[in-house]
Ligand binder design. Structure first.
Ligand code: ATP
Length: 303
């Protein structure tokens, strides 16, 4: 009897930042800015499948999805895909050969300020922890993730968390913690809509604009003014969503995507109509928050 190869499927949520305070760039962090942020994972997910391959066959990567952005043209450079970098980092940390097939279905807009690449890296780390039966705790997985990028440790856990350092130092807030309760009471939970764009914003360019013009008065996301200066339609989408009754509407991270929390179905409909009528966004994606990654194993042999 031939057995199908073992695989693990991980649904990994996108992130947004409910607040994002940007401090000074720090030389010892290769010029990265000091951050203090409240991360929130949203139920817009990429699906990453990690599958075992025979010894000495190396890794493979398949990508699908209708909105692959610059990934569609950079297929050849698959070694720089964040999921592949995560595979190599885990293989090194676990002293394993990277004989693994990676398959990614992308739904998170690429280069949209929603940490899609980080979500794929986090999904790979979570998937390999299962595939290789490592049983590493979240803290150890986050340590591997931190070697790869600022948002990746958060994406390993999801939910709500505070991020400090350059975003990589994570304090998670359990659903029943006072901070999570307070965030829910402020309307940062439940139904939301994401306004997404065909165009991408480069995170370093948004930080460079921030260094020039600073944060907008009263903006919870210090990068919002810089992102809107480079991509004015994001500003139009925020104004339209707030006018339509959204409890919060803001640029997600470094943009250009916009997140609007919609406390009732009627308000959600009003935001969608306003965005459509004003052509403020290219795509509208319904989601909810907070979300956590989900992990499913397939093909385990029955003894
Ligand atoms: P950042 O994480 O830099 O703030 P972002 O959240 O705006 O970025 P991502 O979707 O993570 O956007 O994409 C940033 C860049 O990372 C893209 O231009 C893309 O070429 C590259 N990248 C590498 N691997 C991936 C991946 N698996 N998914 C998305 N982008 C990836």
């Amino acid at each position: 009897m031939s057995e199908s190869p073992r695989s693990v499927v991980v649904e990994c949520p996108a992130k947004t930042n409910l607040t994002l305070a940007v401090g000074k760039p720090r030389e010892e962090w290769a010029g990265r800015h000091e951050l203090d942020t409240i991360y929130c994972a949203i139920s817009l997910t990429d699906t990453v499948t990690v599958t075992e391959k025979p010894a000495d066959t190396g890794f493979s990567l398949e990508l699908d999805g209708t909105h692959l952005g610059d990934l569609a043209s950079s297929q050849a450079d698959m070694r720089r895909n964040h999921a592949v970098l995560a595979l190599f980092a885990m293989a090194k940390a676990a002293n394993r050969e990277p004989n693994v097939g990676l398959s990614i279905t992308k739904r998170i807009p690429v280069g949209g300020g929603l940490a899609g690449g980080s979500a794929d890296a986090a999904a790979t780390i979570l998937g390999l922890n299962e595939l290789w039966d490592l049983h590493w705790p979240a803290e150890r997985l986050r340590q591997v993730a931190a070697t790869l990028g600022a948002d990746m440790p958060f994406c390993v856990t999801g939910g709500y968390a505070r991020g400090t350092g350059y975003g990589e130092r994570i304090e998670c807030f359990a659903p029943d913690s006072p901070t999570a309760t307070d965030l829910r009471a402020q309307g940062y939970a439940g139904s939301l809509v994401v306004g997404a764009y065909q165009s991408q914003l480069s995170t370093p360019e948004v930080y460079a604009a921030f260094d020039q013009i600073g944060a907008g008065e009263g903006d919870a996301n210090h990068l919002q003014k810089a992102a809107v200066s480079l991509h004015p339609r994001s500003g139009q989408a925020i104004d339209a969503a707030l006018k339509a009754g959204a409890s919060h509407a803001f640029v997600s991270g470094s943009g250009p995507s916009v997140v609007a929390f919609t406390p009732t179905p009627a308000i959600r409909q009003a935001v969608v109509e306003a965005w459509k009528q004003g052509s403020c966004v290219d795509r509208i994606i319904a989601a909810s928050a907070p979300a956590v990654p989900s992990i499913t194993r397939h093909g385990d042999a029955i003894q």
